[in-house]
Design a protein around this ligand. Structure first.
Ligand SMILES: Nc1ncnc2c1ncn2[C@@H]1O[C@H](COP(=O)(O)OP(=O)(O)OP(=O)(O)O)[C@@H](O)[C@H]1O
Length: 461
């Protein structure tokens, strides 16, 4: 809808806003996923010997900072106490800290040795090698404040992502949601270390890279890939929204791919609402993916993430974020006014989009939040449950898998899930080096079909 002038637009928009309808039904707490409660679930699984290594009180953490060189196993609340302590400690005191300190949640896969978990010794950091990118030195994705490496525990060979944030930019809010809430579509936090003025956050690794990296390397995604990614993101959002949590930065670079699932990352802007409406003090998110109500800054709710997912789907379908084709970045330094005046960007949906996916997008990008579909409603959309006839490519691959006649597919289906377990040190088997479109296609399909194809391990070794 185009408005004559800005004020008229705001008035008309507000007239359509029914704040009481923002949340359509009572949020259903504790039904999906798991909230980590006061560390009980972690502590119950520890022996007394292990418990001796667990940080027990915030006071211990303060002495932790004063007596550095200790890394301990702990609970989610220990970890939050630790990061709060780090963030409240003057940087001059942190400068004196010579050794690493921190709290690890993952006792099974991260081995602390006599109070140490040393970078480059107990855990190694690597650049990422993505199967669809040309061979080379690999790359280290950078966000606004942090670099993210692939990490591997040298003892257990567990592969993780390690996000490095200079301490002056670190906020406890960066880890709070990941420490407190667990769901299979939210990157699981494994621990936090402070070393050399940098906070190291260890978490579940998206070894297939982010959706943005895939788009930048391979161009627009095919609809069945988008269906799979959307289902994964919606499950994560359904869980977050049931806890009144707004992610606030849903976009292709914050969705990372694994062999059998996709997870959300980057919870630095995330907020858990106390009421049904969150009235922001600042603008949170990434412009091109922002909802009109978020841009307006008068209050929004979890539906803003749904709108951002809609714009993310447009990016996956077309290869570009919404707006930028019609309003080139060179000419438009900011899109806020455009979003306010012109949202939703339905014109950016490519012609090739199926009618069912177009309908889903119309429901996700509905301008009035109360009328916009929820994550649960979108998960039930026809577009996310295509019939086999509508997905000829899936059908042929699926039938090939069932019949097990295609030698290459049979080879892939016989691989174990090496994403989790494979080692950086093991020799690579020949087929993971295959190049060419079929190889890329299978990589893209890995999650959709639960095909298991780990990253080529020799490239890391
Ligand atoms: N768990 C992970 N596994 C794999 N890659 C990851 C993971 N977390 C982050 N990344 C990669 O690192 C990039 C930057 O991470 P992240 O978004 O968390 O940083 P940021 O500084 O908060 O970024 P920004 O604020 O610019 O969105 C992501 O776009 C993604 O490519």
């Amino acid at each position: 809808m185009e408005y004559e002038n800005e004020n008229a637009g705001i008035e008309l928009f507000l007239a359509h806003m029914n704040i009481e309808d923002f949340i359509q039904e009572a949020e259903n707490f504790y039904c999906v996923g798991e909230e980590v409660e006061a560390g009980v679930s972690f502590e119950e699984s520890f022996s007394q010997e292990d418990m001796d290594e667990i940080v027990e009180t915030p006071q211990d953490l303060i002495s932790h900072v004063q007596n550095p060189g200790k890394v301990r196993y702990g609970t989610a609340s220990d970890l939050l106490d630790f990061v709060n302590t780090v963030s409240n400690t003057p940087s001059s005191s942190l400068l004196e800290v010579g050794e690493e300190m921190g709290v690890l949640l993952n006792k099974t896969d991260m081995v602390i040795k006599e109070g140490h978990y040393r970078i480059d010794l107990d855990v190694l950091l690597f650049p990422w090698k993505l199967t669809y990118k040309p061979q080379g030195p690999g790359h280290v994705p950078k966000g606004s404040f942090g670099k993210v490496h692939l990490a591997q525990d040298t003892k257990t060979r567990k592969r993780m992502a390690c996000k490095l944030i200079p301490v002056e930019h670190f906020k406890p809010a960066d880890v709070e949601i990941q420490a407190r809430f667990r769901h299979e579509n939210i990157a699981e936090l494994y621990g936090a270390l402070m070393w050399e003025q940098t906070v190291h956050l260890f978490m579940e690794a998206g070894e297939g890279g982010s959706v943005l990296e895939k788009l930048d390397s391979c161009g627009p995604m095919r609809e069945f890939e988008i269906i799979w990614v959307s289902q994964q993101v919606l499950r994560g959002l359904e869980y977050l929204h049931s806890h009144k949590i707004i992610h606030h930065d849903i976009k292709p670079s914050n969705i990372v791919l694994m062999s059998a699932k996709a997870v959300l990352v980057d919870f630095g802007l995330t907020v858990q609402m106390k009421d049904d409406v969150y009235v922001p003090r600042d603008l949170r998110g990434t412009e091109m993916y922002m909802s009109p109500e978020l841009v307006l800054c008068r209050g929004h709710n979890t539906k803003t993430d749904i709108y951002s997912l809609g714009t993310t789907i447009i990016h996956m379908l077309s290869g570009s974020p919404p707006w930028v084709r019609r309003y080139p970045r060179t000419a438009y330094p900011s899109y806020l006014y455009i979003i306010h005046k012109q949202a939703p960007p339905l014109e950016d949906i490519p012609e090739s989009c199926s009618p069912a996916m177009r309908r889903l997008l119309e429901h996700a990008l509905e301008r009035v939040p109360a009328r916009r579909s929820s994550a649960t409603e979108l998960l039930n959309e026809e577009a996310l449950h295509p019939s086999r006839e509508d997905q000829p490519r899936c059908w042929s691959l699926d039938s090939a898998l069932e019949e097990g006649t295609h030698p290459l597919l049979r080879q892939h289906s016989q691989l174990s899930d090496s994403t989790q377990d494979s080692s950086l040190y093991t020799e690579d088997s020949g087929h993971s080096k295959k190049k060419g479109s079929l190889y890329v296609d299978l990589g893209a399909l890995a999650g959709y079909y639960n095909l298991v194809r780990g990253p080529p391990s020799s490239e890391y070794g």
